[in-house]
Write a protein that binds this ligand. Structure first.
Ligand SMILES: [Zn+2]
Length: 399
C-alpha cells in the first residue's frame, strides 16, 4: 500500500520535489534532510505515533538491505527542530497547486470556498517547559502548554489543511490568527472567498482585516450582552422565519436580516439565526427526545451572493475544522504528541503532519476505488502502510 501511495503521490502531487524542497538550518550534515522528511512522512502515513517506533522498524533485518540509511529517533528530532518552516510551507503550497491543477479540489455546490480558522491546545504539562511555552496558574501550580491557530480550506468532500501559527507567550489567540491570516491571504490569494470563525473572531479589528483583504467573513454571534445581538434578537422576534427546512432527523427555521451596524466595523453586516431541533432516540428505552439548539451568525456576504441556506451551510461547515481537523489529527494522526519539546520541533512536526494528512486524504479519496474505500477504512489503509514498512519494501525517494 505504501508503494502505491507514494507512486500516486509522485505522479499526481510531485512528491519527490515536495520532499527535496525542504531545507534545514544545519551548517553541515551527515544525514540528508530528505531522508529525515521521508522518514517522518512515513511515520505519519503509518500513524505510528512515535519516533522510537519508527526507529525500531529501522532495525528490522529487512530495512538493512534498503538503499536509504535508517535515521535514529534523536537525529530526526534534532533535524526537524531546525527545519526551515518557510520551505515546509512552500511544499504545502506546491501540494495545493498540484491538487488544484488536477481538479482534486472541487468547490461545494453553492460555489463558495471557505477558510476556517480556529485555535487548538496541543498539550499541557507541569514538568517540562521550553521558551515557547505558555503558562497558566492551576491551583497555585504553574502549568505549561502550547496553543496554535490552524487554517483549513473547506472544499466539497475534502478539507485541505493549509497552515498553522503558534500562539506566542504573552499574546492572545486573535493576535496569532491575524499573523496566520496575513500569511495565508498572501500565499493563497485566490484560494478562498469567505473566512469562518467562532465567537472569538466576532471582533471589529479582525473583521476589518478580512474585509480590507477583499474577502467575506462569517463568525458566530454569541454574546447576548452586545447591542448588535439584542437588535437582531428583537428584529427576529417580530417576523416569520425566512426559510424552514428538514434534513435527516433535524428541522431548521432560519431568520435572515441585513443592515446591522457593529461598532468600528467599516460596512453594514447581515445576521442569520437558525433554530434547530433534532429527534434523538434513547438507546436504553427507545424513547424519543427533541434536542434544540440556536445559532446566530454575522456575515458580510450579501444575499445575492449567498442565500440563507448557504450562510447556514457555511456556518455549520466551521465544524469541519473541529471534526476533520483537530479531532482527526489528534486522535488518529498523533499530531498532539510531543516528539521533541521545543518551539521549532512542535511547529515543524505539525506542518509535516498536515502535509502527510493532505497527501493521504487525496490518495484515499481520489486513488482508491469506491469499492475498496468501502472495504478498507482509512485506519486499515494506514495499518497496511505500517505492515509495508516492516517488510522489504524499496524506498523510491532516497536523495
Ligand atoms: Zn514548551
Amino acid at each position: 500500500m505504501l508503494e502505491r501511495l507514494l507512486r500516486y503521490a509522485d505522479k499526481q502531487l510531485h512528491f519527490g520535489e515536495l520532499v527535496t524542497g525542504v531545507r534545514d538550518l544545519r551548517r553541515w550534515s551527515h544525514v540528508p534532510t530528505a531522508d529525515v522528511v521521508t522518514a517522518v512522512l512515513d511515520m505519519f502515513f503509518a500513524r505510528l505515533g512515535s519516533l522510537n517506533a519508527l526507529e525500531k522498524l529501522n532495525h528490522l533485518p529487512a530495512w538493512k538491505k534498503l538503499p536509504a540509511r535508517s535515521v535514529s529517533a534523536d537525529t530526526i528530532g534534532r533535524v526537524v527542530d531546525v527545519l526551515d518552516d518557510g520551505s515546509l510551507r512552500a511544499s504545502q503550497k506546491m501540494l495545493y497547486t498540484s491538487m488544484k491543477r488536477n481538479k482534486q479540489l472541487v468547490a461545494p455546490s453553492h460555489g463558495l470556498i471557505a477558510l476556517a480558522l480556529d485555535g487548538h491546545e496541543s498539550h499541557c504539562t507541569y514538568n517540562q517547559r521550553c521558551q515557547g511555552c505558555l503558562e497558566r496558574d492551576i491551583d497555585g501550580k504553574i502549568q505549561y502548554y502550547h496553543r496554535n491557530v490552524t487554517a483549513q480550506l473547506i472544499f466539497d468532500n475534502f478539507s485541505f489543511l493549509v497552515d498553522m501559527e503558534e500562539q506566542r507567550p504573552g499574546e492572545g489567540e486573535l493576535t496569532a490568527a491575524k499573523r496566520l491570516y496575513e500569511r495565508v491571504v498572501r500565499d493563497y490569494p485566490r484560494a478562498f472567498d469567505v473566512v469562518l470563525g467562532d465567537a472569538l473572531y466576532t471582533n471589529a479589528p479582525f473583521i476589518n482585516k478580512i474585509l480590507d483583504s477583499g474577502k467575506h467573513v462569517i463568525t458566530v454571534l454569541k454574546d447576548e450582552r452586545t447591542n448588535i445581538y439584542q437588535q437582531a434578537d428583537f428584529a427576529f422576534a417580530n417576523c416569520e422565519p425566512a426559510v424552514s427546512f428538514e434534513s435527516g432527523s433535524s428541522s431548521y427555521s432560519c431568520w435572515d436580516e441585513g443592515n446591522f451596524r457593529m461598532p468600528d466595523v467599516s460596512s453594514a453586516l447581515r445576521i442569520v439565526k437558525s433554530e434547530e431541533s433534532t429527534r434523538i432516540k434513547a438507546q436504553l428505552d427507545s424513547s424519543l427526545h427533541i434536542k434544540t439548539n440556536t445559532w446566530m451568525w454575522i456575515t458580510s456576504l450579501p444575499s445575492i451572493r449567498a442565500g440563507t441556506r448557504t450562510v447556514h451551510a457555511l456556518g455549520h461547515a466551521r465544524w469541519n475544522i473541529e471534526n476533520q481537523g483537530f479531532n482527526e489529527l489528534s486522535n488518529h494522526w498523533c499530531s498532539d504528541h510531543i516528539y521533541k519539546h521545543s518551539p521549532g520541533a512542535i511547529r515543524n512536526f505539525l506542518l509535516l503532519c498536515m502535509i502527510a494528512h493532505n497527501i493521504f486524504q487525496c490518495f484515499y479519496k481520489r486513488a482508491l476505488k469506491p469499492a475498496l474505500q468501502k472495504a478498507l477504512t482509512e485506519v486499515l489503509v494506514s495499518l497496511q502502510v505500517a505492515a509495508d514498512l516492516c517488510g522489504n519494501w524499496p524506498r523510491c525517494h532516497s536523495p
